[in-house]
Design a protein around this ligand. Structure first.
Ligand SMILES: Nc1ncnc2c1ncn2[C@@H]1O[C@H](COP(=O)(O)OP(=O)(O)OP(=O)(O)O)[C@@H](O)[C@H]1O
Length: 234
């Protein structure tokens, strides 16, 4: 279970202060797939970054199974995140000087023996539909969709309990999108938790619960067949 309590975040733009998240409280059950939608610039990535322990909120607590991550020292927090929380960034954040295979293996390079780690990395890459021919390429020689799938494989390498995804299918064609959605469904069915931001209605409807972020507040939305269209909300 993830408890988000009274989460607030303000950005400063010179003398202006803009409140992006306004006292958000939310519980996400273990094994739940929670989707967040909302117009561009409303703070969805900010919310995910705060929840993942990557961006210190101004106020509030983020509690993973009793662990308040912002009360941990930086090093302990990074370790906690590394083994419990997988994060798929909207802009992938692949390391430019490392190969596809190294990018996927790197999170655990100091923790696991190299041979089984690389075997696991290869099998994850195959699961997301990346062919062996590009395992040794650098990220600059990849398409957006390939980068996105590699970022997904990297997020899964440590077998995290929670996967936080910022538009994980935004660059994918329908076939690859469906491969990733099936993989995420499998992840969820094994008791893991997903928190995902998306602009794609079909992707949003794969979640158990949908929230819309606007004006700093999260509101629960009805799912497909309940007379709402994400188009009109974005
Ligand atoms: N580090 C920062 N400093 C100041 N303002 C920021 C910072 N990061 C984001 N913002 C602003 O905060 C607002 C929310 O940004 P955020 O990226 O969280 O939105 P979003 O809902 O994820 O957008 P999108 O759907 O376009 O990805 C935007 O107006 C953005 O310009």
């Amino acid at each position: 279970m993830i408890e988000i309590r009274d989460l607030s975040k303000t950005y400063n733009h010179f003398s202006d202060k803009v409140k992006i998240l306004n006292n958000i409280s939310l519980s996400i059950d273990k094994g739940q797939w929670c989707t967040i939608i909302g117009p561009s610039g409303t703070g969805k990535s900010t919310f995910l970054n705060c929840v993942a322990g990557l961006l210190q909120p101004d106020d509030g607590e983020i509690i993973y199974e009793g662990v308040n991550i912002y009360s941990l020292k930086d090093k302990v927090k990074s370790e906690y995140r590394r083994f419990n929380i997988g994060f798929i960034f909207q802009d992938f954040k692949l390391l430019p000087h490392y190969s596809v295979l190294d990018n996927v293996a790197l999170p655990l390079i100091y923790d696991e023996p190299k041979k089984p780690l690389y075997t696991k990395a290869k099998s994850l890459l195959e699961m997301v539909g990346i062919k062996e021919q590009i395992f040794n390429r650098l990220p600059e020689a990849l398409s957006g969709g390939e980068k996105q799938r590699i970022a997904i494989a990297r997020a899964l390498i440590a077998n995290p309990k929670v996967l936080i995804c910022d538009e994980p299918t935004g660059n994918l064609d329908i076939n690859n999108r469906n491969i990733i959605l099936d993989l995420l469904s499998e992840f969820k069915n094994s008791g893991k938790t997903i928190i995902m931001v998306t602009h794609d209605e079909e992707v949003a409807n794969r979640g158990d619960i949908i929230y819309k972020l606007s004006n700093g507040i999260l509101e629960e939305r009805m799912k497909k067949n309940d007379a709402f269209s994400l188009e009109s909300n974005n």
